[in-house]
Design a binder for this molecule. Sequence first.
Ligand code: GLN
Length: 414
Amino acid sequence: MSAPETNMTQIARRMLSAKAEQFTESVIREMTRLAMKHNAVNLSQGFPDFAAPEEIKEAARQAISDDINQYAITWGAKPLRDAIVEKFARTQHATYDPEREITICCGSTEAMMSAMMAIINPGDEIVVFEPFYENYGPDAILSGATPRFVKMRPPDPQNENSTWSFDERELAAAFGPHTKAIILNTPNNPTGKVFTRQELEFIRDLCVRWNAFCITDEIYEHILYDATEHISMACIDGMRGRTIVINGMSKTYSVTGWRVGWAIAPPEPTQAIRKVHDFLTVGAAAPLQQAGAIALRSPQSYYDGLAATYAKKRERLLKILSSAGFTVFKPRGAYYIMTDIARFQFPERDPRFASESKDVAFAKYLVQEIGIACVPGSSFYNDAQDGASQVRFTFCKREETLAAAEARFAKLSV
Ligand code: GLN
């Protein structure tokens, strides 16, 4: 039994890509599988457990009935590209050419990957704020970029008005002659930070000084609280020509499984993005792109309703988590709550939960013993120890789901 296995392992190691060896499977996606295995309330991966809007589902059904069953144009169906351009003009007052500046991809995940592969050369560096959305790590490895991480510091939980912040000198020090791009995510996953105009202008000055791109992931643009405003980096003076905006249908229209995302960028990077995208995936699902064209023309009341619904869910989960003993960092946007778990005593050394990092042990304990799935904080940091006292919860869930979590937290003691 063991001899052939050893043999296989040796062959596998020699045959596999050194790049793929440098990262693990997604912890976020793994937590969903663990939630299913342990029949836990899933507050880990950020996908809604409620229905998508009826009009959008109907548009997808109609598109299939209308026989939109073959490949769309590889860089995206024209009706959706037109709708993206119209919506960006309406919300951000920026004009783009749907023929030369839009690429529709299989989710914003592919749009980000295609954008990075389109601009990165060996030796290039990218600046990434930490904590960061897990995907950006493997994105950097696969595209060959060297990441330079810049820490965001958590808000003071005693001060309602404080937010996650970064040190301007540290950010400036991360830029240099090898910087190809900064990766921005606003509203931010996992922190809920919404970057202000002043912060964006500071970043702009560095991008201009070092001739760098900004790739800005704006997938949570409509999920905002406390009267915060989403400003796209593409609209900051001097940035249109060096910004690649990544976005998609997933979060705004509650259709994370449709896999429809896009990149908005000037013609030169778009040409490169389109080539990478074409040979990676050819194209996103044609009938769902058709439905996207309808979705993006939703009235303003739809977006207001979405933000209002999430504002209630945010309040609900903030209360549940605080009562359960977590230190909570109130998000200003997106649908996650980062928490600190320093106060919890739990059987950390029990072999069932034992792990090199406390947050991972806690997440295992929580999913197996309490029946709630969260994401360990270390998956958002380059050095696992930096996230060892944090875990992330999502509140893009039905009231019944949040109530079930509340009931289960009663078993958790501080
Ligand atoms: N953005 C979501 C999260 O952070 C997950 C996205 C995904 O799994 N592709 O939970």
